[in-house]
Design a protein around this ligand. Structure first.
Ligand code: GRG
Length: 311
């Protein structure tokens, strides 16, 4: 049993099997990823490095949010699969580059040696570049248009994803993150950084699901507000897990933020206040879609999962 939220934001109990939902959607994303990440050069070291990181066992949270957003507005989740794959490719590329010695210098990710350890630094850089570009190759395949969605919708999707992944989104967030090392940002600057670095891709995932699912502009605005709130909650939780999570469960080393003197929520306000903030953000996210019907139960359940997750 998990919490559900009404118009007034009050919590009710509903029977929704989030575990089964996540497993099912994850399987569908993985099947699509296997097909769409194939290149013309299957034996190439580059292809092997890209697939090594893609298949290393990520939660597929962003693609699942994309599918759930489409379903929430009455759309067909399978129509979003090419976009889901593009989103996961960009996310995986960002992790490969983030782990490089020039950035966070991590040797473990998703429970496996990071790409530059398993291969080498040059290959990891190229694998990231390859995944970023392949994302747009997959997203712009002509056959995507001949499904339920028209080409204008796909163009909008390409634009939303490019904005989120690029210098108006994740990349600007990443450079602010690097610049903030050892500085101790105030809350306003920390939030702005995270809304770009982590939030932009989460928000785009939900927005793309909404667009492909046929959301009205009003519904899209509500979905984006939901995503903004849970995206920040996700980052606050990530900061908390870095302090008190189990490295074995997380599949990465803990304490990286401390080691790199990162600005984090626990550092700014302490662990307990950070946990309260994450819960408050999830409640705000649930309120944003409070008038949606039970087709949005997966979105509600995912919001709650974000602050109870262990990895
Ligand atoms: C290097 C271009 C470039 C960008 C990096 C997103 C990002 C920007 C870096 C990731 C650093 C990081 C650990 C951020 C915290 C939030 C986050 C993105 C966690 C990883 O996402 P999960 O938990 O990972 O969804 P999985 O492995 O499950 O996909």
């Amino acid at each position: 049993m998990i919490g559900n939220t009404t118009d007034s934001g009050q919590t009710q109990l509903t029977a929704f099997d989030l575990k089964a939902y996540l497993e099912n959607r994850c399987r569908r994303v993985n099947t699509a990823l296997s097909a769409l990440s194939a290149t013309a050069h299957p034996d190439s070291r580059l292809t092997r490095a890209m697939q090594y990181s893609l298949e290393a066992g990520g939660k597929r949270l962003r693609p699942i949010l994309c599918m759930a957003a489409a379903e929430a507005v009455g759309g067909d989740a399978d129509t979003t699969l090419p976009a889901c794959c593009a989103i996961e490719m960009i996310h995986t590329y960002s992790l490969i580059h983030d782990d490089l010695p020039a950035m966070d210098d991590d040797d473990l990710r998703r429970g496996k040696p990071t790409c530059h350890i398993a291969f080498d630094e040059a290959t990891a850089i190229l694998a990231g570049d390859g995944l970023l570009t392949l994302a747009f190759q997959v997203l712009s395949r002509p056959e995507n248009r001949f499904r339920k969605n028209d080409s204008q919708q796909w163009l909008r999707v390409v634009h939303v994803l490019a904005v989120a992944a690029g210098p108006d989104g994740m990349i600007e967030g990443q450079i602010r993150d690097i610049a903030a090392e050892g500085k101790g940002l105030d809350r306003r600057h920390l939030q702005a950084l995270h809304e770009l670095k982590t939030g932009a891709m989460i928000r785009a995932s939900v927005a793309i699901g909404g667009i492909l699912g046929g959301a009205s502009e009003a519904e899209l605005t509500q979905l984006e507000r939901y995503a903004q709130k849970i995206g920040l909650a996700f980052q606050v939780m990530d900061d908390i897990l870095d302090v008190e999570g189990d490295p074995h469960t997380m599949g990465k080393r803990g304490g990286a933020d401390e080691r790199l003197s990162k600005s984090t929520y626990p550092r700014l306000m302490g662990i307990d206040a950070s946990k309260d903030l994450a819960l408050q953000l999830v409640d705000d996210g649930l309120k944003a879609i409070g008038n949606f019907d039970n087709k949005s139960d997966p979105l509600r359940a995912i919001a709650r999962y974000i602050v109870t997750r262990k990895r």
